[in-house]
Design a protein around this ligand. Sequence first.
Ligand SMILES: [Zn+2]
Length: 258
Amino acid sequence: MEQKRTVFCLVDHKNYDLIDGVFLEDLDGSIKALIRRDFPKAANQDFICSEHLVHYRLQKMDQMIAKDYRQNRRINQKLTRVMEKDAYEVVDVQKQLENSLTFGQRVADAVAQFGGSWPFIISFVSLMILWILINTFHWFGINFDAFPFILLNLFLSMVAAVQAPFIMMSQNRAAKYDRMESRNDYHVNLKSEEEIRVLHSKIDHLIQQDQPNILQIQKIQTEMLGSIESQVNELRRLQNYFEENQADKQQASNQKND
Ligand SMILES: [Zn+2]
């Protein structure tokens, strides 16, 4: 049988075939660092058996998973903080405003609305024309406000004086409505912005951390598969070797018997 080179594992100092493990120089830097943490004197030419290597590979995977976990938790905490920080409650401005309307405000609204409409203008102008006609041509035998219609002037001034405050009240309330709505919008925007920022960091984490970690784990698995494959090949080679030996022996004994 051919001479086999054996090496000793740096962990338990037992002898192994070359095929039963790897040299440190063939290992990934991070796994090498893990081994060096336990065996500071380990050099690149040192050998580690598959059994102990699996232990370190699992340790490495555990480390990556734990790191991922921590990062995920940190992001989730950030999200929770953002949600808690903004205690502002989004309100239905229209509903809130309608509920708080007083009787006077309702009347102001109705008057302002009627004052700013075509029916008001048409009826008002008609009334003035009728007034002037009656007092000019003495229709129905009435003549209570002769030219230049001083009483009509008085009434018009009074209507204008009363109408202005009505319109201003209504406008004030419209302004208040706008203010409330813009305050609402501002808070909603702020909240959305914060949430988008957290989402961003989540996606960044997914792309920059999770994916490389998964690839790394896949690499470790592929390495392990490779070493299993070479061990199987070695076993198959040994099996062939023994079978050939057996056949040779059989032949030799057969020849002797002849
Ligand atoms: Zn070992």
